[in-house]
Ligand binder design. Structure first.
Ligand SMILES: *Cc1c(COP(=O)(O)O)cnc(C)c1O
Length: 389
């Protein structure tokens, strides 16, 4: 059976190959430690689970989600309260907030809602691979904007050729950034709003790591930039801050035309988030901000352990202060893939090659801190032993 052409344009999912390799080694008895994937291992806070269980027992919630595609009004109100408290951003829950089945889904539906076939869509390189897939499935043309250490991994908007910007109808960005860990500045966000306005580019600002920041880094939302609501939406998610990756709940906030557009796509695709999960989401946003601090303290310790180990093997760098990833320069004279392979072959530790995130990822690997402490310690001991100079 032939499948659609559009699928052929989509590069293989980066973790598929890796998974095969890991499974093969494990079946041969190798004790593989994977630091490749960002998916918290600690449990969701129990109050959130309790809320899900209670709400799941209520037959009212067994029907199609209330308010259908937009998500329950009470969930959207809670999101508005969160944005107001966290960022001082005012949002109208009726028209400027939409519940999502995760931020990844939002990326895809954003493209369908905004991009016409043949439009250029800007995305960063390195970048989150799902953006490219969403752009391609929506028949847009991805255009890579490099983000490099010299500019703190922020795109240099002036360097985007004017003819490209003119043909672009949308742009994907994500700060705190997966994979580099870099954080945006308000100054940059102001420039981004001006750039988007000048070229009529709809910004899709993906912010699932908004809460995951270290060492005094402030939490920043795109919507804090004056005028941001005129030019774009911010996607957010409960996956990463509340260890809820499997629950599938997030939100889109911002420009009301884009929200209405994404809402229309969703109305014709899915029927929204299970009400019980939305009630659990309300519980998370209303009562579990303290849990985030606990997780940050766990990640902070892991971060220090990895940075210390890397220093011992001669890799010393200024680590950006966001996300639960470390974007690590590989030892001189090696490519990302060579380093990744050597780590795997000699220590059975798996990291993600920077090149999986784009050509400008060459020279880096991404290490995820979402592994149990004892496994991370074991991985670091192996790496230190193998690479000690
Ligand atoms: C994890 C991740 C997402 C996916 O979040 P969900 O809400 O679980 O779909 C989206 N964007 C980036 C950059 C991520 O790293």
């Amino acid at each position: 059976m032939q499948t659609a052409q559009r699928l052929k344009k989509i590069p293989p999912y980066l973790f598929m190959e890796l998974r095969k390799k890991i499974n093969k080694a494990r079946s041969e008895g190798v004790d593989v430690i994977s630091l490749a994937i960002g998916d918290p291992v600690e449990a969701t806070p129990s109050s959130i689970i309790d809320e899900l269980c209670a709400s799941a027992r209520d037959p009212q919630n067994h029907r199609y989600p209330t308010d259908e595609e937009k998500g329950m009004l009470s969930f959207r109100r809670e999101v508005a309260a969160w944005y107001s408290k966290r960022y001082g951003v005012d949002l109208n829950p009726e028209s400027e907030i939409l519940g999502l089945i995760g931020s990844k889904e939002g990326c895809h539906h954003f493209v369908l809602a905004r991009v016409n076939p043949g439009d250029i869509v800007l995305m960063t390189d390195p970048g989150y691979p799902a953006y490219r897939s969403s752009i391609l499935m929506g028949e847009g043309i991805p255009y890579n904007v490099p983000i490099l250490p010299d500019n703190n991994y922020l795109p240099v908007l002036e360097d985007i050729p004017a003819d490209v910007a003119q043909k672009a109808s949308a742009m994907f960005l994500n700060y705190p950034n997966n994979p580099t860990g870099a954080c945006a500045t308000l100054d940059f966000l102001n420039k981004l709003v001006a750039f988007a306005r000048e070229y009529d580019i709809a910004v899709c600002y993906d912010n699932p790591y908004g809460e995951v920041v270290f060492a005094g880094q402030e939490r920043i939302s795109f919507l804090q930039a004056p005028g941001a609501k005129d030019v774009g939406v911010e996607l957010n998610s409960l996956s990463k801050p509340f260890n809820m990756c499997g629950w599938r709940i997030g939100m889109a906030c911002g420009n009301h035309d884009l929200i209405a557009g994404i809402s229309k796509v969703k109305e014709n695709t899915d029927s929204g988030i299970f009400n019980a999960v939305q009630f659990a989401g309300i519980q998370a946003l209303r009562h579990e901000a303290g849990f985030i601090e606990e997780m940050l303290s766990i990640y902070g310790k892991r971060r220090e352990l990895v940075l210390e180990t890397l220093r011992k093997i001669g890799i010393d760098f200024n680590a950006p202060r966001g996300t639960f990833y470390l974007w690590v320069p590989v030892p001189a004279g090696m490519t990302s893939l060579e380093f990744t392979n050597r780590l795997f072959d000699k220590t059975a530790v798996v990291v993600a090659s920077g090149t999986a995130y784009g050509q400008y990822g060459e020279g880096f690997v991404r290490i995820s801190l979402t592994v149990p402490d004892d496994r991370l310690e074991e991985a670091m001991q192996r790496i230190e032993k193998e690479f000690r100079q």
